[in-house]
Ligand binder design. Structure first.
Ligand code: CP
Length: 344
């Protein structure tokens, strides 16, 4: 496997299986050392810029705490307070930040067909690694942490024959990005898992990610199916991952909205559409459809009482806090593997 030094981490699809496996091994090592209280100052005096177009708790703190633990500094940037909000281009932003530090991480997830493009334009401008902290297509630091968690729970060996149910679930809070389910269907089909994707009509994912999942499953000898029934997806699953995302066509309309008023009206319409499917909740009845040993996963934040009941979220099958902690270890692995000292 070639070194990841200087390479971008934008979609898991961009990396070979060997590269992903090496990141997971490094994350395991960094986790063990963190728990033993051992220092892991692999990036002394380096700087990573964290550019956010959206809110975050886990991702921001995983990168900030992780950078500190690696001996580096993570510099937070709110896009609204930067000159991007006055029209400075992705290319110019990448050129400038890349000239001042050693890595650029970006979250740009809410607008379909914009975030991933922005990141790739930044990456074209600079030789420092660009890390995707969630875009419209993928959330590859999340799904790597998810896979680390699955390997901890089910073993690092062959996951073949295990089934993950990736299902839409009701949310009254906001139209959530598509990138987590898209990232899961593309990565988990490669990891040896059979993947069942469930959503109500109107909540389709981007065709490019569905196509990638179909191809990955064909190449890996795994299964990938799409159903419009949460119960069917949960049946005999080893892992259930129910979470909300926005209705595709309305998200496209929001992208093209001409003013704030139109955008607010579309957002209201999206929540009204979500409310048609309040019965898409992960509750104890549904958990019984999965295997007795099944685990409940969620990237968080979860809408308690809507996406999932408290009984499941706080119950014995829930592994969400182990999964959230693994965001730290995988973020550290990605930074440590891709960032490097100057000159390069
Ligand atoms: N799962 C996740 O990305 O959490 P945050 O939005 O809090 O970063």
């Amino acid at each position: 496997m070639s070194s990841l030094k200087g390479k971008d981490y934008i979609e898991t699809q961009d990396l070979s299986w060997g590269e992903l496996d090496a990141l997971l091994e490094l994350a395991d090592e960094l986790k063990a050392k963190f728990h033993r209280g051992e220092k892991t100052r692999l990036l002394p005096d380096q700087t990573i810029f964290l550019l956010f177009f959206d809110n975050s708790t886990r991702t921001r703190n995983a990168f900030e705490a992780g950078a500190t633990q690696l001996g580096a500094h993570a510099h937070f940037l709110d896009s609204k307070l930067s000159q991007i909000s006055h029209g400075e281009t992705a290319y110019d932003t990448g050129k400038i930040l890349g000239s001042m530090g050693h890595g650029i991480a970006i979250r740009h997830d809410l607008i379909l067909h914009e975030g991933n493009k922005f990141m790739r334009q930044v990456a074209e401008a600079t030789d420092v690694p660009v890390i995707n902290m969630q875009c419209d297509v993928d959330h590859p630091t999340q799904t790597l942490a998810d896979l680390q968690t699955i390997r901890e729970l089910f073993g690092k060996g062959d996951l073949r024959g295990r089934k993950i149910a990736v299902s839409w679930a009701y949310s009254p809070s906001y139209a959530k990005p598509l990138s987590v389910p898209q990232g899961l269907i593309t990565l988990m089909t490669r990891a040896g898992l059979d993947v069942a994707l469930a959503h109500p009509p109107g909540y389709r994912l981007m065709e490019q990610t569905l196509e990638a999942a179909r191809n990955n499953a064909r190449e890996a000898g795994t299964k990938f199916e799409v159903v419009e029934d949460m119960d069917a997806a949960f049946a005999d699953a080893d892992i259930v991952y129910p979470k909300s995302w926005g209705p595709y066509d309305l998200m496209m309309q929001r992208r093209d909205a001409v003013d704030a008023g139109q955008m607010a009206a579309i957002e209201k319409e999206m929540l009204a559409m979500n409310a048609r499917y309040k019965n898409w909740i992960c509750d104890e009845r549904r958990m019984k459809l999965a295997k007795e040993t099944a685990v409940y996963m969620h990237c968080l934040p979860a809408d308690r009482g809507a996406e999932v009941t408290d009984a499941v979220f706080d119950g014995p099958q829930s592994v969400v806090f182990q999964e959230a902690e693994n965001r730290l270890h995988t973020a550290k692995a990605i930074m440590a593997a891709t960032m490097r000292e100057r000159p390069f």
